[in-house]
Design a protein around this ligand. Structure first.
Ligand SMILES: C[S@@+](CC[C@H](N)C(=O)[O-])C[C@H]1O[C@@H](n2cnc3c(N)ncnc32)[C@H](O)[C@@H]1O
Length: 358
């Protein structure tokens, strides 16, 4: 380690500034998450410049809390403040990235992850000493926030960008094929597919009952006889030669036994079937992830969730940044003969793997 005399003061100063920025950034994420959950960003986007009292009234919220929130985001340069009028304004350019109307570009929705991860910090700290992991049920709002995120990254892009990655897939879905979604969460992707392609049959499995309950309640009023959502551990999947398409949206790297699950998927596919896997865009080597725009976030969500939920089940704890090198190796090891890795412009977080048996 360098002695005090060898320390470069300019480097220290620059690091301190970076760290302070990060501190304010983290605070901004918490306030933005609250802005999303309370609907404050949505309300402000529709209002002219207004006082805290007017904004609190329009949103039906407590003025004192609203004012403190406004001031935090004025300091963060998210909200503009006019001191003569005592009025606050969400600039339209910011509203275009922070409101529900802005979906699929709503960054405030993504901000919720910081609070979701903070909720399990004490449990994670304990695992640094004792090993093991944090179970899904110890998280608060994980499936809600996941559903919010996939509404933006997956559901909004599904028909126009994701399905066309596979030549002829949309036509086959029109004609009628069998589809399985692994780790379907609350099933939003399947709901859209089942509505759009009534001739195809869709099955979604997820380990967590609360996610499946949310999915089932979302289809209660819909007439979707071609969709089944079930609580099921896909490491115990027994179906063979049964599906033409298997999908996994962000649902392989956090498996307890991803090797087994990938083998089960290759076994469940018909010979000319395809496995479409959306998973984190990263390398298996940290040095290659330094320029990944979301690198620190990916390793953080991995440490506090993806790796941890896997370890909690006695699993491999691959982590979100298992990376394309290892993903490709594991897909081949699971029996896939051909793996293409594709990327979509709208999605800086994920790769799209197209894996075929022959
Ligand atoms: C990161 S979430 C993604 C959910 C969903 N695909 C989406 O994009 O919103 C991963 C999901 O995989 C599920 N999962 C993890 N291990 C599983 C297993 N062995 N069997 C079934 N589902 C599993 C989790 O419960 C969780 O809902």
């Amino acid at each position: 380690m360098a002695t005090a005399l060898e320390l470069d003061p300019a480097k220290m100063e620059s690091f301190a500034a970076t760290f302070l920025d990060a501190m304010n950034g983290a605070a901004t994420m918490l306030m933005s998450s609250i802005g999303h959950r309370t609907g404050l960003f949505d309300v402000m986007a529709e209002m002219p410049p207004a006082t805290s009292e007017e904004i609190a009234f329009a949103s039906g919220l407590n003025e004192r809390y609203v004012r403190e929130w406004l001031n935090a985001l004025v300091a963060a340069k998210v909200i503009d403040y006019d001191r003569d009028e005592r009025s606050y304004r969400l600039p339209p350019e910011h509203a275009a990235l922070l409101t529900r109307a802005a979906t699929p570009s709503n960054l405030a929705s993504v901000a919720q992850w910081i609070a979701v991860l903070g909720y399990v910090e004490t449990q994670v700290v304990d695992k640094f000493t004792h090993g093991g992991g944090v179970c899904y049920h110890e998280f608060h709002r994980f499936h809600d926030v996941m559903a919010d995120e996939s509404a933006q990254t997956t559901v909004a892009a599904l028909l126009d960008h994701i399905l066309p990655l596979v030549d002829g897939l949309t036509d086959k879905l029109e004609q009628g094929i069998d589809v399985l979604d692994i780790g379907c969460g609350s099933g939003q992707t399947l709901i859209l597919l089942a509505e759009r392609f009534p001739n195809s049959r869709f099955v979604g499995y997820d380990l967590c009952a609360d996610a499946i309950v949310a999915g089932r309640s979302a289809i209660e009023d819909k007439d979707l006889p071609n969709l089944v959502l079930k609580v099921r551990d896909v490491s115990q999947l027994e179906e063979r030669d049964r599906f033409d398409l298997v999908t996994a949206f962000d649902a392989i790297h956090d498996q307890a036994y991803p090797d087994k699950v990938l083998r089960n998927i290759s076994g469940a596919l018909r010979r000319d079937g395809i496995f479409l896997m959306q998973d984190i865009r990263a390398s298996s080597y940290v040095e290659k992830n330094i320029d990944q725009p979301l690198g620190a976030f990916i390793y953080t969500i991995s440490c506090m969730h993806c790796m941890s939920v896997s370890l909690a089940q006695g699993g491999m704890g691959l982590g979100a940044a298992w990376g394309e090198e290892l993903a490709q190796e594991m897909l081949i090891g699971a029996g896939f003969a051909q793996v293409d890795i594709r990327q979509l412009e709208h999605d800086i977080m994920n790769n799209y793997y197209l894996a075929r048996l022959g």
